[in-house]
Design a protein around this ligand. Structure first.
Ligand code: NAD
Length: 490
């Protein structure tokens, strides 16, 4: 396999993301032999730290995440630290000297990855300085990896993008959507395009509706300050939920390469019917959690959480009905829902097939269950196909049976592995599983119309769902109106 060589510069190296995801992921790549011996990492953050102290923090983050950690001494010996306030112009030259030195010592061929794991308000400044102070003048490749959120509206995303694009071309910008690094999200493509039994049915003649759920049991925890300005629509729908919809709805690409796949995804966003005025209310539901019982103990409502306004209008839950206006999907609703403090932690896709033309198994007065294909994304990873078959010993009776394929995973291993895959892709220069600007722009313009209305009108029914439930009743009504219901996620 390819073993990319690069200098990886992590901005925000003392932060939560670096600790929980980036260091353990790099270590896993190292352990699997996917990292060449020629790599070096510069951690950049404001705090004063020696190289040794930084290496120890990398060590403990790996130890916290991974049980078996041999070779750790060698692994962390490639880590260096630069204390640096990203708003201080004079500091970039020292960083450049350090980078050039490591480039030489480790024979890194002038390949550089700049990973921005810090607050987005700094992204623009950093990119500008990287260019103006010559850190991007390299003989090899230069790539910029940036975390969500990518703006908070189309307008702010444009401003950010223009700043980045002064220093990096679109090809060099890797916008992380960590859902795209998940095993089973990547599997959507394989399930669809590598099986004769699904793709021929993957359209409005055979599918009645598609449901995408991403529910969390956690509340806003310590992130109230950020979340108040974001909400579930921006935090989850604009990126992760719409990305999953695009993968489910896209046409088969001519080839499985970055440009072809992204081009097909972009077409889905373009076919998504924009919602305006009353259509927002008819097709989208917002929710906010109130108090509720978890293990017989009352837990706080969102408005009582730290750093949250006591009359907050921020949604912690969104359910919506998407319409994709093209030949394949006309008439097939795509329902999405996501929220915090829900009854189950689950990311799941349910594809519900249409009923067969006539039920021959009416003797027992049972309606036949529809065929379902369920893609389990997390915490379980796998697929389940629901069929009807005759039960042993019973005559001519159709009963639901489940065909199960399980990737059997442990949840805490899950997310770092998404980062591991994405980091590796970035090192190899494969941008397929990162969001292209066109996708980001189109999904913001869809979401902006909804957030403008939600921000302009106070939700007078907030809080409208109890903690530890599956969301407000309006979300159930959204499907009931169409004759459907949310399939249970657990
Ligand atoms: P954090 O607050 O834990 O860490 C921020 C880092 O930035 C620290 O290392 C800090 O020293 C550094 N920093 C802050 N101001 C600086 C300055 N002026 N100069 C130099 N360094 C400075 O944040 P985090 O949770 O690690 O998140 C980082 C980014 O990743 C954010 O954009 C966040 O939205 C995104 N993100 C985080 C997670 C997560 O799980 N933590 C998940 C998805 C996206």
């Amino acid at each position: 396999s390819e073993k990319p060589t690069a200098l990886i510069m992590i901005f925000g190296a003392t932060g939560d993301l670096a600790k929980r995801k980036l260091f353990p992921s790099l270590y896993r790549l190292y352990k699997r032999g996917k990292l060449s011996e020629r790599y070096a990492v510069i951690g950049v953050a404001r705090r004063e730290l020696t190289n040794d102290a930084f290496q120890e923090s990398v060590r403990s983050s790996v130890q916290d995440a991974i049980k078996d950690h041999d070779g750790l001494d060698e692994f962390i010996s490639h880590f260096y630290y630069h204390s640096h306030d990203v708003t201080d112009s004079s500091s970039y030259l020292a960083l450049k000297t350090m980078a050039n030195q490591l480039d030489e010592n480790y024979h890194l061929e002038g390949n550089r990855i700049f990973y921005l794991a810090m607050a987005p308000e700094f992204f623009g400044t950093i990119a500008e300085h990287l260019k103006s102070d010559g850190l991007t003048d390299v003989a090899g490749f230069k790539r910029l990896v940036i975390e969500k959120p990518f703006g908070r509206s189309l307008a702010s995303a444009k401003v950010l993008n223009d700043q980045l694009r002064q220093a990096f071309s679109e090809d060099e910008v890797y916008r992380i959507d960590h859902y795209l690094g998940k095993e089973m999200v990547q599997n959507i493509e394989v399930i669809r395009f590598a099986n004769a039994i699904f793709e021929p049915l993957w359209n409005n003649r055979y599918i009645s509706n598609i449901q995408v759920t991403s529910s969390e049991v956690l509340g806003v925890e310590e992130r109230g300050r950020y979340y108040e300005k974001s909400g579930a629509l921006r935090d989850m729908v604009q990126n992760h939920m719409l990305q999953m919809v695009a993968l489910l709805a896209m046409e088969p690409p001519i080839r499985l390469n970055t440009d072809e796949i992204r081009a097909e995804k972009v077409k889905v966003f373009r076919a998504m019917k924009p919602l305006e005025g009353d259509a927002v209310k008819e097709n989208f539901v917002r929710g906010q959690y109130g108090r509720g019982l978890v293990n017989n103990e009352e837990v706080k409502g969102y408005r009582e959480e730290p750093m949250v306004d006591a009359e907050s209008n921020t949604e912690t839950y969104v359910a919506g009905k998407l319409t994709i206006d093209n030949f394949r999907w006309a008439g097939v609703p795509f329902y999405i829902r996501t929220g915090k403090k829900m009854a189950a932690k689950s990311t799941k896709i349910v594809i519900q097939f249409k009923d067969i033309p006539m039920n021959l198994y009416y003797q027992t007065e049972k309606t036949l269950n529809p065929n379902l294909l369920v893609i389990h994304i997390q915490p379980e990873e796998g697929i389940t196909l629901y069929l009807n078959a005759q039960k042993t010993g019973e005559h001519m009776d159709a009963t639901p049976v489940k065909l199960n394929f399980s990737n059997n995973c442990i949840d805490h291993m899950n997310t770092p592995e998404a980062y591991e895959r994405l980091l590796y892709d970035c090192m190899r220069g494969d941008a397929t599983n990162f969001a292209h600007w066109d996708e980001v722009a189109l999904s913001w313009s869809f979401v902006d119309k909804i957030s403008e209305i939600w921000e302009g009108t106070k939700a007078d029914n907030f809080p409208n769902y109890e903690a530890n439930t599956m969301g407000p009743k309006e979300a159930d009504e959204l499907l009931e109106r169409d004759g459907f219901f949310w399939w249970p996620v657990d």
